[in-house]
Design a protein around this ligand. Structure first.
Ligand SMILES: [Zn+2]
Length: 190
């Protein structure tokens, strides 16, 4: 009798936890849906992969620090393979490509916490480039931070710590239509 009561309670607790968890996820998607589509990338839930998207944040910051080019002007992020374009008007050297990989992996290996905070629109305009922000995104902007390395407005889903991101590598780099296109992958992701 006692055991069945305990099992019942455990089952109830687990079910409640699952419901709350799924609600939390739904809530996040609903709240951020407009931003999600416009600011992140063309994606769908089947190919969405938080480690890849978080790696994109790190890559964007790295590219801006190395080349002063800002964040990617166009991107397509998927679980297996992603690409980002940067407004750089020349081809990158092999050495530069290696340096990007090394830097992104260094940041990943620092086991940085990925956190969020919310600031008002006026403040966000002062600190960030909001050109990709949809008009109806409201008065409160979510800022996602990768340790002290990167901060940007984003509504996507991220890893909690960069240690969850597998090693990053650039599959190819090309110079097309006045921009550098990087195609990249995370190791051991199929
Ligand atoms: Zn993001």
């Amino acid at each position: 009798m006692f055991i069945s009561k305990v099992l019942n309670r455990a089952f109830l607790a687990l079910t409640t936890f699952r419901i709350i968890n799924s609600l939390r996820y739904e809530f996040q998607i609903i709240i951020f849906a407009p931003n999600f589509i416009a600011m992140d990338f063309q994606e769908n839930s089947k190919t969405y992969y938080a480690p890849m998207h978080t790696a994109e944040h790190i890559l964007n910051q790295t590219m801006d620090r190395m080349f002063g080019c800002g964040r990617s002007c166009n991107s397509h992020i998927e679980r297996k393979k992603s690409k980002c374009d940067y407004p750089i008007n020349r081809e990158l050297t092999q050495q530069e490509i290696s340096s990007i990989e090394i830097k992104v992996n260094e940041v990943i290996q620092q086991k940085l916490e990925v956190t969020e905070d919310f600031i008002n629109l006026e403040q966000a305009r002062k600190e960030f480039n909001l050109s990709k922000l949809p008009e109806d995104s409201g008065e409160t902007i979510r800022i996602v931070r990768v340790g002290d390395y990167d901060a940007c407005p984003c509504s996507g889903v991220h890893v909690e710590n960069t240690s969850e991101i597998p090693p990053f590598f650039i599959a190819s780099a090309s110079f097309e239509n006045g921009a550098v296109r990087l195609r990249f992958k995370l190791s051991s992701v199929n």
